[in-house]
Design a protein around this ligand. Structure first.
Ligand code: NDP
Length: 360
């Protein structure tokens, strides 16, 4: 690792003209280590400059292992010495709000992990603050970077299966032992709803270009959830178009294949093994009894997300999932939680600033 850069922060626009986005990772997390750091390093117009960790030792080890030039123990101390354009907030769920607001106040663009916040109030505050600060806020709903999901979305939006009537999405996996920490024990920020339901909601919103309006859910602490933390949940979701979706998220299934199905008037789409961090799975269209595989060129989901984020910063494009997408997907996930807790149907609030996914 080299010494910290002595370059003083310069105006964001001047750095944009240089054509590269200078990144810092906030939080020396497992997902940053496994996927996102390398994804940033693989994208030509991105430069991974620094990591911020509360622990100097953990930050230094992370930086050394991943070839990151600078490590710092706070964003403030980093910015005193190093010019940064964007941060990837990869901390625990209960730190997303504060880390995002601190970055926005410093004029930095933010890619924040999901769930965007713990409450709708926090998430809306994050999105509004970033809008006012004129910085990009994106949510790391990385499935939007999956070639399989993009292929399914294209099939749906180009009318290949006619009018979609129903959907099913099953993000069921076994949470590795080493991740059974705050996710499975801490009621304030853990549980499968914050972990996977937000993803499933976002997947459906993305591939259908449709918005949930009402949910009915049940949850359980079946195997690994402690202190009342849920480890699986099942829901029925009504969408604005009239489509009905079934969602199942679980952290307790060692043998369950993930799946996404969309059933329309002219055909059905079957996505098998396609909810993951790695590029994986297959997509089929079924008409009558005939099943046809749709060829999909695999791509790194996180690299696609970073490339889209950079395009938003450098050229004003739309990131893969905006901050307001993070708000909307969280809103439905929180409706799922309330429905499961209270045993009632729950309406999903809509947001003015939540633009529908463009149909193009
Ligand atoms: P980790 O538990 O690995 O890390 C979370 C935070 O804890 C880190 O920011 C780090 O903060 C601290 N930390 C890391 N290792 C240790 C340790 N050994 N002892 C004590 N503290 C430690 O989180 P995950 O990577 O599992 O998740 C981070 C975020 O990413 C979450 O919001 C999660 O929901 C999301 N996520 C998203 C995925 C996606 O594909 N979109 C996939 C997986 C997770 P610090 O360095 O400041 O101390």
């Amino acid at each position: 690792m080299t010494e910290a850069s002595k370059v003083m922060p310069t105006a964001s626009r001047a750095r944009r003209d240089a054509g590269k986005v200078r990144w810092a990772i906030v939080g020396a997390s497992q997902i940053a280590r496994s996927w996102v750091a390398k994804a940033i390093q693989s994208v030509p117009d991105a430069e991974l400059v620094a990591v911020v960790s509360r622990s100097a030792d953990r930050g230094r080890a992370f930086a050394d292992d991943l070839g990151i030039p600078v490590s710092a123990t706070s964003l403030k101390s980093l910015l005193a010495e190093t010019a940064i354009d964007a941060v990837y907030v990869s901390t625990n769920n209960d730190r997303h709000r504060d880390d995002t607001l601190e970055a926005a106040a410093a004029g930095l663009h933010v890619l924040c992990e999901k769930p965007l916040g713990l409450t709708l109030y926090d998430a809306v505050e994050m999105a509004r603050t970033c809008d006012r600060a004129g910085v990009v806020l994106a949510t790391n709903h990385h499935m939007r970077g999956a070639a399989t999901h993009r292929a399914i979305r294209d099939l749906v939006l180009t009318g290949q299966i006619g009018r979609p009537l129903a959907a099913r999405v099953m993000y069921c996996e076994y949470l590795p032992k080493e991740l059974q920490t705050w996710r499975t024990k801490d009621k304030t920020q853990g549980g499968v709803i914050y972990d996977l339901t937000v993803h499933n909601v976002d997947v459906l919103r993305f591939v259908l270009a449709d918005e949930p309006v009402e949910v009915m859910s049940m949850k359980a602490s079946s195997l690994i959830g402690e202190n009342g933390v849920e480890d699986q949940v099942q829901s029925i979701v009504n969408f604005a178009s009239g489509l009905i979706a079934y969602m199942h998220e679980g952290q307790v299934f060692a043998h369950h294949e993930t799946a996404l199905e969309i059933h329309g008037t002219e055909g059905s789409i079957y996505g098998r093994g396609i909810l993951d961090e790695a590029p994986s799975g297959r997509v089929y269209v079924r008409r009558g009894t005939e099943m046809t595989e749709i060829p999909v060129e695999p791509a790194n989901l996180y690299a696609t997300t970073i490339a889209r984020f950079n395009a938003a910063v450098l050229h004003g494009d739309r990131p893969a999932a905006t901050g307001w997408d993070g708000v909307a997907s969280l809103a439905t996930a929180l409706a799922v939680r309330r429905s499961a807790q209270e045993g009632v149907r729950v309406s999903v609030p809509r947001f003015e600033k939540n633009p529908p996914v463009p149909v193009a």
